[in-house]
Design a binder for this molecule. Sequence first.
Ligand SMILES: Cc1ncc(COP(=O)(O)O)c(C=O)c1O
Length: 438
Amino acid sequence: MATRFVCKPPGPRAREWIKRDTRVVGPSYPREFDFVFERGRGMYLWDVDGRRHLDFAAGIAVNNIGHDNPDVVRAVKAQLRKGIHAGFLDMYARLPVEFCETLLEHMPAPLNKGRVFLSNSGTESVEAAYKMVKWTTHAPYVHSFAGAFHGRTMGALSLTNTASKVQKEGFEPFLPARHSPFCNPYRAPCGVSHDCVNGCLHLFERAIKDGQVGAVFMEPVQGEGGYVVPPREFVKGVREACNRHGVYLVSDEVQAGCYRTGRFLSIENFGVRADVACISKAIGGGVPLAATVSIPELQQWHPGAHANTFGGNLLACAAGIAALKFMRRERLGENAKRIGAYMLKRLEKMKNRYEIIGDVRGLGLMIGIELVKDRKTKEPAVDARHAVLCDATGKGLVLLPAGESTIRICPPLIITKKQADTGLDILESCFEDLRGAL
Ligand SMILES: Cc1ncc(COP(=O)(O)O)c(C=O)c1O
């Protein structure tokens, strides 16, 4: 099918840059479509040929506050004149402290009384959580769920457990980690759908109850695994089992955090508290920044036990403070909830019109559309997903993949209803094209 589906090719300058890229950039980046970025503003991106695109990707859930955000630009410019890097590993500095204070104000209990470790990327924030738990508990194992993505450095990769083999293949052996199924309501991995919660919780408790597991790492809404929203009782059950067996709960908020699901942390939607939160992507307003926030009892490690050169970087912290203040002042969580609910309603209607759409799901502006070849067998429609992504790019809409055959919608949280409609109109026309090509 994909061979019969012809996407609009990128412009001449884009083709030239892609050629140059191929010569010098390593091949491990999994690019799905041919978009060459030139500049961004608000909800829009321009490619090197001057074509404007509506952004439903936000640089993988990074640009929550929109591109070229004036508050962040102003803060970074002001800091540029004072100093870019201090060396927070060896000396104190005002901005990283101010950033941590601002971040803690956004955190739910008990993390609002916690302490922060600073780094530069999602995988580093998970790595820090892993080491913190290991140092505190000395337990040999950690646990994560099927479909989880926690990053690509070796500690985080040991926790990553998506269906796709490409991230882990060839990197064995991993650090000791146990896994059990995540309650995915569409695929019901632990029994028939109504028993997804109990079935998965049973297997989960069996995996952690022998006293050998120090922490459970969970994305309350799975990201790379396919934008999967579990039932509330599942997340609550995980917390209860952790309490029963003295296991810490680490909430990986790298993708779902920073108001993307309506609340600052996605775990808050489930009425569940975390012992650790890993935050990155949107927290720096587009500048690399990450934070591992934990309850004080997990922050007893000695000086030098964990540190880095760039954590607390002054430009990143200036950007982070501005981004956090903008998110709160502009009530981006409320907008994410309102526009997300509206988009889900429209997508449900699309699902009724297009057989290829097996499932539509989401929380706030973290929305997944899973494509299947057959609604009964639920066989993933991988080629169809690729066709929609490249067709959309040609029509001026940037989308991303997630999981095996899910289209991911994660626009900047500043999106208006009109922009949401424009994007969904383009998406619908892609499903129409796809029907014609099948
Ligand atoms: C939930 C989650 N954790 C960790 C990571 C790793 O983040 P990074 O790519 O910044 O290392 C990602 C990246 O997509 C993620 O979605």
